[in-house]
Design a protein around this ligand. Structure first.
Ligand code: SF4
Length: 512
C-alpha cells in the first residue's frame, strides 16, 4: 500500500494515497468541502480542516509533508481523525477504493415486472405440506391486510368459536396512535386461534384455501428477487420437514402455484446491487451470487452420512476464504497506514457463556411479559449450550444415517437461497456466520434432546425439532441484536474457528 516516497520528499511518516480521481469536490459555506462520489452517489461533507486535508491529497503526501503544508497549529489527533475518515469512507485510492469500485462494477439491472421473472430453485429444497399444524404455532401470523381479515369474519364463527369477535380472533398490533391497522391472528396456548384440535385450519375447512391468509398459503416458501430472477427458498420451521421433503415433487415443477402466491400478495424480498459485507466494506450482488453457488456446491458435495460436522466444515471453509479475500487487502492497507482498529473477540467458550446469560435474562423478561412459550424456548437453548463441546464428538453422541447431515445441509442451503442475512438486516459476513451458528445450535439442541431421552444417538426428529427452535430463536429481534453486538466473535467462532466446535477439519473442503 504505502508506495516508496520519491527522492527529495520529506519521508517522515506514512505516505497517504491521493483522493480518488473520480470524486467531485466543491466548496461549502464556512470553508468546508462537499464531496460527491459518482460511484456510490453519496454526498459527504467535510469541515474546514477536513477540506484542507483533502485539498492537500490531490497527490500522495507523507505525514510530514501534510504537517508542513497544514501548518503547526493543527493537532495531530485532529489530522489523524480526518485522515481515518477519508480512508474509512473509501475516498482515498487504495484497497478500499478497489473494493468499492468492484462492488459497484456490475449493472443494477432488474427492471422487469416481478411476475414475469423466472424462478431459480435448488433441487434439495422441496416441501409438500403434511398438515401437522406446527407452522401455526409459536409464530406471529401476519401482517394481514384488513380485507383478508374482513373476508374471514364475513363467516359466522359462533358455532365453532362462540363469543369470539374480530377483535378477539385477530390482534391489531399497529403502534399506539397509528390510524392504520396491522392485524395478526390471535394466539392461544402459543398456537393460532383457528388451529383446530385435529391440527387442521378452521379457515381452510370452512372457507377454502383461497380465504386463508397469504402467509399461511405461502409457508414455507420464501421469495427473493436477485436481479432478473426470483430465488425460491424455504423457511426451515416445519416440524414435519423430513417427511414433507420426502413426499415433495421438485420445487421447479411448482412454478404456477408459486407464481399464484406472488400474485396473491406473497412478499418478494429484493437483493440490492451492493451489500454490506462487514462494516464499511461492500460487495456486489454478483460476488454474493458467486460465493453462494460455491457454498451450495461445497455443502451438497459432502456425503450427508459424513455428518453435520463435515457439512459445516465445508461451508465455513468457503465462507472463510471469501471473508479473507474481501477483508485481507483492506486490513493490510489499513495496517500499512497505521489505521488498524482494535476488535474485541471473545473465545468460543466465552461466547456461549454470554449467550447463555442473555438467554436466561431473555427468559425472565418473556415470563414477566406473560410470554411463557418464548421463555421456554430461551430456556431450552440455554440449558443445551453447555453441551457445545460434546455435541459433535462421535464418541459421545452419534448420528445415524444421512438424515442429520442432510438436514444441516438443507438448513445452510435454505439460508443462502432464502437470503436470511438480508431479511435479518445483518451484514453478509455475519449472515454466513449466523447460518453456521444455526447448524451448530441444531446439533447442540439435538444432543440435549437425546440426552434428556437417555439416548446417545441423534435421530432425525431431534434435528428437525432443534432446527425449528434454532430458526425461531435466531429471528427474534433481541437475539439478532445480541449477535450483531458480538459480530466479530460470532464470525471468528462460527466461520474461522469452527473446527474447535465440530472436531472436523472438513474432509471435503474444495481448494480456493
Ligand atoms: S389461519 Fe389456519 S393455516 Fe393460518 S396459522 Fe391459523 S390455523 Fe394455521
Amino acid at each position: 500500500m504505502t508506495k516508496a516516497t520519491p527522492p527529495g520528499r520529506k519521508t517522515a511518516g506514512r505516505a497517504w494515497p491521493p483522493l480518488r480521481a473520480e470524486l467531485q469536490l466543491s466548496g461549502r459555506p464556512g470553508g468546508g468541502l462537499l464531496i460527491v462520489d459518482p460511484v456510490t452517489g453519496r454526498k459527504l461533507g467535510l469541515d474546514p480542516l477536513g477540506a484542507k486535508v483533502a485539498s492537500q491529497l490531490k497527490q500522495s503526501r507523507t505525514d510530514s509533508e501534510l504537517g508542513t503544508t497544514l501548518g503547526p497549529g493543527v493537532p495531530a489527533a485532529a489530522l489523524q481523525e480526518r485522515l481515518r475518515f477519508l480512508n474509512d469512507q473509501a475516498l482515498l485510492e487504495g484497497p478500499r477504493a478497489v473494493r468499492l469500485r468492484r462492488a459497484y462494477a456490475q449493472p443494477s439491472g432488474g427492471s422487469a415486472d416481478v411476475l414475469d421473472l423466472p424462478f431459480a430453485t435448488e433441487d434439495g429444497l422441496r416441501h409438500a405440506c403434511q398438515a401437522c399444524g406446527s407452522c401455526c404455532s409459536a409464530t406471529d401470523v401476519g401482517p394481514l391486510p384488513e380485507p383478508v381479515v374482513d373476508a374471514i369474519m364475513e363467516s359466522d364463527w359462533s358455532d365453532e368459536l362462540p363469543g369470539e369477535t374480530k377483535e378477539t380472533l385477530f390482534r391489531n398490533v399497529a403502534p399506539p396512535g397509528d390510524s392504520r391497522s396491522v392485524w395478526l391472528t390471535s394466539m392461544r396456548n402459543d398456537q393460532c386461534v383457528f388451529l383446530d384440535e385435529d391440527r387442521l385450519c378452521r379457515v381452510h375447512r370452512k372457507l377454502g384455501v383461497e380465504k386463508k391468509p397469504t402467509p399461511c398459503k405461502q409457508f414455507p416458501y420464501v421469495f427473493t428477487r436477485v436481479g432478473d430472477r426470483i430465488d425460491v427458498g424455504l423457511q426451515m420451521e416445519c416440524r414435519a420437514f423430513d417427511r414433507a421433503k420426502a413426499a415433495a415433487a421438485p420445487t421447479r415443477e411448482q412454478g404456477e402455484s408459486l407464481r399464484e402466491l406472488i400474485r396473491s400478495g406473497a412478499p418478494v424480498h429484493s437483493v440490492p446491487a451492493v451489500l454490506e459485507f462487514s462494516p464499511g466494506i461492500l460487495v456486489g450482488r454478483d460476488e454474493l451470487d458467486e460465493v453462494e453457488q460455491r457454498l451450495i456446491a461445497a455443502v451438497r458435495g459432502v456425503a450427508p452420512s459424513s455428518g453435520p460436522g463435515a457439512i459445516l466444515a465445508a461451508f465455513t471453509t468457503i465462507a472463510g476464504e471469501f471473508g479473507r479475500r474481501v477483508r485481507q487487502p483492506i486490513e493490510d492497507g489499513d495496517r500499512a497506514l497505521g489505521l488498524t482498529s482494535a476488535r474485541s473477540v471473545a473465545t468460543t467458550g466465552e461466547f456461549f457463556e454470554h449467550l447463555r446469560a442473555f438467554l436466561d435474562e431473555g427468559a425472565d423478561v418473556a415470563e414477566s411479559r406473560q410470554l411463557p412459550h418464548l421463555a421456554r424456548r430461551f430456556r431450552s437453548l440455554s440449558e443445551a449450550l453447555p453441551l457445545w463441546e460434546l455435541a459433535f464428538d462421535p464418541r459421545i453422541f452419534r448420528t445415524i444415517g444421512p438424515e442429520p447431515g442432510e438436514l444441516v445441509a438443507d438448513v445452510l442451503v435454505a439460508g443462502l437461497v432464502g437470503k436470511e442475512a438480508l431479511r435479518r438486516g445483518v451484514s453478509v459476513e455475519l449472515g454466513l456466520a449466523l447460518l453456521a451458528l444455526k447448524g451448530v445450535l441444531m446439533v447442540v439442541l439435538a444432543a440435549s434432546r437425546a440426552r434428556s431421552a437417555c439416548r446417545v444417538h441423534l435421530v432425525a426428529q431431534d434435528l428437525v425439532d432443534s432446527m425449528v427452535l434454532a430458526s425461531k430463536l435466531l429471528r427474534e429481534r433481541a437475539m439478532v441484536d445480541f449477535l450483531e453486538d458480538s459480530a466479530e466473535t460470532v464470525i471468528q467462532s462460527f466461520i474461522h474457528r469452527i473446527p474447535e466446535i465440530t472436531r472436523h477439519a472438513g474432509p471435503h473442503a474444495p481448494s480456493a
